[in-house]
Write a new protein. Sequence first.
Lengths: 111, 114
Amino acid sequence: GEDVEQSLFLSVREGDSSVINCTYTDSSSTYLYWYKQEPGAGLQLLTYIFSNMDMKQDQRLTVLLNKKDKHLSLRIADTQTGDSAIYFCAERHNQGGKLIFGQGTELSVKP
Amino acid sequence: GAGVSQSPSNKVTEKGKDVELRCDPISGHTALYWYRQRLGQGLEFLIYFQGNSAPDKSGLPSDRFSAERTGESVSTLTIQRTQQEDSAVYLCASSFGGRDQPQHFGDGTRLSIL
C-alpha cells in the first residue's frame, strides 16, 4: 500500500539546524518532494529528489534519501523564524501523476 | 508569470447546496490535479487531468464529486448536495507533462459547509 509518515511537531532555536524526517512505503516511487505550507497559503515547492540520488543540496536545504530504508530527510541549516511552517513530504506515484502526502511536520522556530 | 489561480478563496454554503470551485493552471502546463486538505491533515488526491487523456478519477470520494477541464486550461470541481464532511481546503496544482515535472499549487479554496 501507499503510506507516507512524518512526525507531527519539531521545535528548534533560531540558528540551529532542523531535521525533518519522512518514511514511505512505495519502493517504486520515482520522485520525492518537500513542500512548505504557511498559514492560510497553498503549498510551496521547496525541493525534490529523484530516487536514483541519495543527496541533494540547495542553499540552506539538504535532502538525504535512504532507498533501502525508504527514509527521506530535510535538513534546514541556520533555521530562521521565517522557516516556521508546516513541511510536507510527498512521493510521486509511479502510475499516473498523483502525489501521496504525509500529514506534515509543524516546525516551530523560537528566537 | 502568474501562478496557479483558484477561486473563490473562501466559500461558505449550506448543507445540501451545490458548489463549483475553479482552477486556472499555469500557462503551458498540461497536467492538472485536485487535492483536498482536511483540517490538520495532509493532502488527499482527488482527480488528475493530463492533456487529452481520460482523467484519473480514482481519488474522488463519492459520486457527488465531479470535475471537468476544458482543453489544457481551466478546470472546475463540482460538489453536489454538499455535506458537512466536505468542509476542507481544496487545492489545485499544475505541472508540465513529464514525470520529472514538479507540481505547483494554488492557494486553495476554503470550503465551509454549515
